[in-house]
Ligand binder design. Structure first.
Ligand code: NAP
Length: 291
């Protein structure tokens, strides 16, 4: 398949490389051109503009946030204006429900398909083609692009025919992950203050009641206080908690823990931690405990 790929950050670089490895022809664009050069060495065709990525059947975007996606999707040289009728835009960025709805309408008006396909998994999973793809959109369009999901992930879950529902599921999952990170940080601070070794404590948790990837991955990072380089930056974590709160407000669903987490992220950012991994919010629980 001929794919345009836009956004070669921590996640997109691994995803695009796996599309190449699976035998697809990839034309790649990134705001900072150096990242395109790295992928070109693996066989990608460099694109100088967003429009250059829209010559095939499918364009996939993996960008930081709503603003980045709006920048490449709309405007005279954006994806909506450049993709031929019948083309498909797969949006894998974690974006707002509202933007997913706007993109769905804009692509439909242009005679194109829009699929939301955000992912679970950090950059190591992206590089190893082990992502979980949370997809939603029209069944015919989903069928067409399913080989692309197979190339980047270990399993695809289809939520519904409404693309925004995949974004809502993704945001709810990240909200839940952030609550795990915060509660792990508080629990570790409690035992660490009494002199218990954090790594041994996490081993007890993950070998008994909390045998799940979220506790293993983040328990390890928090116990080792390993927050750099960020796999998922705190600025992006704040973005996702905000987007979950926005969606919850729209649906009139209180998320009291979401409001607490928003303040944790703001405190981390206010103290210069925006580029740390989002699990660095746990340093605040440690600080509050006098550690
Ligand atoms: P990242 O490393 O920060 O990469 C962000 C990408 O967006 C880069 O290609 C960047 O271009 C581009 N970008 C940022 N602002 C832009 C703008 N205004 N206009 C055009 N391009 C812009 O982020 P990431 O970790 O790959 O995450 C990408 C998306 O996946 C996010 O929505 C994130 O929430 C989601 N996600 C991340 C993870 C994770 O663990 N990292 C897991 C699942 C989902 P430059 O290279 O020029 O900066």
């Amino acid at each position: 398949m001929h794919i345009g790929f836009i956004g070669l950050g921590n996640m997109g670089s691994g995803m695009a490389a796996n599309l190449l490895k699976a035998g697809h022809a990839v034309t790649a664009y990134n705001r900072s051109p150096a990242k395109v050069a790295a992928l070109a060495q693996q066989g990608a065709t460099p694109a100088r503009t967003v429009a250059d990525t829209c010559r095939g059947d499918v364009v996939q975007t993996m960008l930081a946030d709503d603003e980045a996606v709006e920048n490449v999707a709309f405007g005279p040289d954006g994806i909506v204006a450049s993709l031929p009728p019948g083309g498909t835009h797969i949006s894998s960025s974690t974006i707002s429900v509202a933007l997913a709805q706007r993109l769905t309408a804009a692509h439909a008006e242009a005679g194109q398909s829009y699929i939301a396909a955000p992912v679970f998994g950090r950059p190591d999973a992206a590089a190893a083609a082990k992502l979980f793809v949370i997809a939603a959109g029209a069944p015919a369009a989903l069928n067409l692009v399913s080989p692309l999901f197979d190339a980047i992930g270990q399993r695809t879950f289809v939520v519904s025919e409404q693309p925004y529902t995949a974004n809502l599921v993704k945001l709810s999952g990240n909200f839940l992950l952030a609550t795990v990170i915060e509660s792990l940080g508080e629990a570790i601070a409690l035992v660490e203050k009494a002199g218990v070794d954090p790594a041994g404590y996490v081993d007890i948790l993950t070998s008994t009641l909390f045998n799940a990837p979220a506790y293993a991955t983040y328990g390890d990072l928090i116990a080792r206080k390993s927050f750099e380089p960020a796999g998922f930056a705190a600025t992006l974590g704040l973005k996702d908690v905000r987007l979950a709160l926005q969606a919850a407000e729209e649906l009139t669903v209180p998320l009291p823990l979401g409001s607490l987490l928003r303040d944790r992220f703001l405190a981390l950012l206010a103290n210069g931690g925006g580029q740390l991994d989002w699990s660095a919010i746990t340093t605040l629980a440690g600080r509050d405990a006098g550690l």
